[in-house]
Write a new protein. Sequence first.
Length: 209
Amino acid sequence: MFDAIFFDLDGTLVDTESIALVTGMRAFATVGHPVDETFMHSLVGKAEPQAAALIRGALPAIDLAAFQAAWREGFDGMMLSDGLPLKSGAMELLDRLDHPLALVTSTGRQGAHHKLGLAGLAHHFRTVVTFDDVRTPKPAPEPYLLAAERLGVDPARCLVFEDSDIGAEAAHLAGCTVVQVPDVAPTDGRFARHLASDLLSGARLAGLI
C-alpha cells in the first residue's frame, strides 16, 4: 500500500515539545518577556529562523540572542538530566515496520542527529532530511519531496506521521498521506487523512499494522 514511511521527530517520535514548552516559558520570563502557552504553541513545528521572526514580530523589544541562549541552556540541561523520552508506541512501531523509513525534521542537522542518538533511533532511518538540507522548510513541501527523492519513491505512495499543522501541511502539499498525532498544540486535522491519539492508533487507521 505504501512504498515508504516518513516521520517527523520533535513531538512525533520524541517528547521534546513538552520540554520546549516548559523551558521556553522560563526563558521568556528570564529575559523579562513572559508569555503564555498559547504563544508557545504558535512556535510548534517552526524552524528556528521562522520562530525567531515570529518572536521578533510579537516582542520587538526582546533581546533575542539572550532569550535563545537561555532557552537552549534550559532545554539541553533538562534533556540531559531527564533523558529524551519517546512518544507512546514510537519504538514498537519502528521495530514492526519493514518499509524504507525517512526522518523529516525542521531541526538542524547537528541537533537532529544528537536527538536520534540520545533516543536510540538512528539505526531505523535510511535517510534524514533536516532544516539544513532544504531551501524552503516546512510548511513548504520540499523536505518531504526530498525524502521521497532520496529513497526513490513516489510521494503519493508515502505515509507521513506528524504532530503539528505545519508539518502536516508540508506532507499534504507534497502529495503524501498524512497521519497526524497532535502533541502540545491543538489542531483540527485539516491536512491529515487520519487524526489519531497515538502512533500505533494512527498506524492502524492507515492500515499499516
